[in-house]
Design a protein around this ligand. Structure first.
Ligand SMILES: [Mg+2]
Length: 324
């Protein structure tokens, strides 16, 4: 139990630190960092937020965890979507009651949900996910981490993992590429929790047979990540834009090329562009794997006690035995 709570807390806090570190740098391009490498937690910058502020990535992770806690370890898609609405419209699950930087695809899905509710056309929030190829930003990948923990601690089998990841992604992003990105990241997290060996985890996701759930076209988009060792590529071959495939590549590249938690985050945020999401997703992996988070960075996180309490409640609710 102690081990479980420590690893979950380290994964979630590691994720939020990565987000916080990236927030002041978001949208800056790579060239800027080549001359001004960032090695510490900054403040203000791109979104003019005080030090320790986390963004949409962490808010949606927290909103998801809160729903699962409130439902005693069960998944209620309506309740999760309602929490996303509370975040978007009222600034809940934020460090200072301010919502900023909602992605276009997420916004369209939430609008669709609100419209259907207003006109009582509501069927299932999963149908609100946007399906176009252009809707393959990293907006569902960036909030999948609590679900990855859920799959591991609830001991879900492959079919159950696929169903859950597909449905959770589809609340906002229902194109196969987005779902596959969430699925690969989840498998990476599950393998890290199983063996705590990053080479083993990467090998497992490369050996996995995705054909069972995904079409070849989608799998081929992840070819560079799955057929070869992405960590061997030069930084100039790694994009850090918001396309889900680029993001996952940048995340695995930053993580595999690190020797400790700090280094992984520094690798990630200095890629530039979507630095908060890449930082956050790397922080989730690194938090679990290295566990030794940077204390100074961690202490700067706003509402840290609230997040720690949430982690404690989350692991407790995942350990409740429920009938499937
Ligand atoms: Mg963000």
């Amino acid at each position: 139990m102690n081990n479980d709570i420590d690893r979950l807390k380290s994964g979630i806090l590691g994720f939020i630190i990565g987000d916080v570190m990236g927030v002041p740098l978001e949208f800056k391009d790579r060239k800027h960092f080549k001359e001004n490498k960032v090695i510490d937690m900054l403040e203000y910058g791109s979104h003019n937020m005080p030090k320790g502020s986390w963004s949409d990535d962490s808010s949606m992770v927290i909103a998801t965890m809160k729903s699962i806690i409130d439902n005693n370890g069960n998944i209620d898609y309506i309740d999760i979507m309602n929490n996303f609405m509370k975040w978007a419209e009222n600034g809940e699950f934020t460090p200072n009651d301010k919502t900023f930087g909602i992605g276009r695809t997420t916004l369209n899905a939430l609008k669709c949900y609100r419209y259907r509710n207003e006109f009582k056309e509501y069927e299932n929030p999963i149908n609100c996910g946007q399906k176009d190829f252009r809707d393959n930003g990293n907006g569902s990948l960036m909030r999948i981490l609590p679900i990855s923990f859920y799959c591991y601690y609830k001991k879900l089998n492959d079919d159950e993992i696929y169903d859950l990841v597909r449905n959770i992604s589809s609340l906002t992003h229902s194109h196969q590429l987005s779902i596959l990105g969430c699925f690969i990241y989840t498998l990476f997290i599950i393998n890290l929790l199983k063996e705590n060996n990053k080479e083993y985890s990467y090998k497992e996701i490369r050996n996995y047979n995705y054909n069972k759930y995904f079409d070849l076209d989608s799998i081929n988009y992840y070819k560079r990540l799955l057929d070869n060792d992405i960590s061997k590529l030069d930084i100039d071959n790694i994009s850090s834009l918001g396309f889900v495939v680029d993001t996952l590549e940048a995340v695995i590249w930053s993580f595999m090329n690190s020797n400790n938690y700090d280094e992984s985050i520094i690798n990630a945020i200095n890629l530039g562009n979507d630095s908060d999401t890449i930082g956050a997703l790397v922080g989730g992996l690194s938090g679990i794997y290295y566990e030794n988070l940077n204390k100074e960075w961690s202490n700067n996180i706003l509402r840290k006690d609230y997040i720690e309490d949430l982690c404690f409640k989350y692991i407790n609710c995942l350990e409740i035995k429920t009938d499937k």
